[in-house]
Design a protein around this ligand. Structure first.
Ligand SMILES: NC(=O)c1ccc[n+]([C@@H]2O[C@H](COP(=O)([O-])OP(=O)(O)OC[C@H]3O[C@@H](n4cnc5c(N)ncnc54)[C@H](OP(=O)(O)O)[C@@H]3O)[C@@H](O)[C@H]2O)c1
Length: 265
């Protein structure tokens, strides 16, 4: 493929992901979109998962126009049966999955006494339930790929919020702490089967994430924070995730924290 991304150094060269069959959840925007694109540029076939089908179709077209392989499958990761159906289609059309980026997530910050219970449920069902549905659908192909001697990766998107104490982030941070801890625990079983499990913990990245916050004051707070410092771009995170998948298969970069240089919390 021959496409370029703005705002970031592309450190990897060539096609180190050639032959890999990747799945990216949350591929319709932000970090997931940039990572799916980068995986394809580096040689992987990429299945694109999120709810907004038109965004996925546009990315699929962009990847194919540049000579890559992509398959858009509009899917809600909170729907376990739908994720399983997507996995079957990916296996049929792209082959056995060996690289999973479980990245779909929502951040709906609010004070706990606001009792924004619908937002609690959405974060739990997406950030925790969606990751578990993704694990359920793809752990067997990952295990099989590793058993066949191929690299096999399960990379999750956690957050620096998993380990920081921030008011308003109670539920979001707890879901991300779950994701970080899950990755450590999965390694106890999957590591010896040669499946790499890793997580990336980004700080502030300029994406749509704040736009979905239902509390306008909280949304503004997050959007303002993003304008105050030179924050990360999605492509910065994408390059790092691609690097995690591209290193030799006996090397596991288990937890990477990636912050804007100026971010102190
Ligand atoms: N931006 C940051 O500062 C930051 C920092 C640390 C961690 N993160 C994490 O990075 C990940 C990606 O977020 P982002 O910053 O790139 O924000 P984003 O642009 O809002 O992307 C979120 C992605 O998740 C997808 N998604 C949400 N709910 C879904 C569902 N039920 N089913 C399928 N897909 C769903 C969205 O697609 P649809 O709406 O089309 O379904 C979208 O593609 C999230 O896990 C987030 O918590 C972000």
């Amino acid at each position: 493929m021959n496409t370029t991304q703005n705002n970031t150094a592309q450190i990897l060269t060539g096609t180190p992901l050639a032959g890999r069959v990747a799945v990216v959840t949350g591929a319709s925007s932000g970090i997931g979109e940039a990572t799916a694109l980068r995986f394809a540029q580096l040689g992987a076939s990429v299945a694109l998962i999120a709810r907004r089908g038109e965004r996925l179709d546009a990315l699929e077209d962009r990847i194919r126009a540049a000579g890559g392989t992509a398959l858009a499958i509009p899917t809600d990761v909170t729907d376990r049966a739908a994720v399983l159906r997507a996995a079957e289609r990916i296996e049929q059309e792209l082959g056995q999955v060996d690289l999973v980026f479980a990245n779909a997530g929502v951040q709906l910050i609010a004070g706990i006494t606001d009792l924004a219970v619908d937002d609690w449920d959405t974060q739990l069902s997406t950030n925790v339930g969606g990751v578990m549905n993704t694990v359920q659908a793809f752990v067997r192909p990952l295990e099989a790929a590793a058993a066949a001697g191929r690299p096999a990766d399960l990379i999750t998107t956690s957050s620096i919020a998993a380990v920081r104490i921030l008011e308003g982030f109670q539920v979001y941070s707890a879901t991300k702490a779950y994701v970080t801890q899950l990755s450590k625990l999965l390694r106890t079983e999957l590591g010896r089967k040669k499946v790499r499990v890793a997580t990336i913990e980004p700080g502030m990245v300029d994406t749509e994430l704040p736009d979905h916050v239902t509390d306008p004051a909280a949304s503004k707070l997050m959007a303002d924070l993003i304008t105050q410092i030179d924050v990360l771009q999605s492509a910065d995170v994408a390059e790092t995730v691609a690097f995690m998948a591209a290193v030799p298969k006996h090397v596991n970069l288990t937890e990477i924290t990636i912050l804007p240089t100026e971010q102190s919390i």
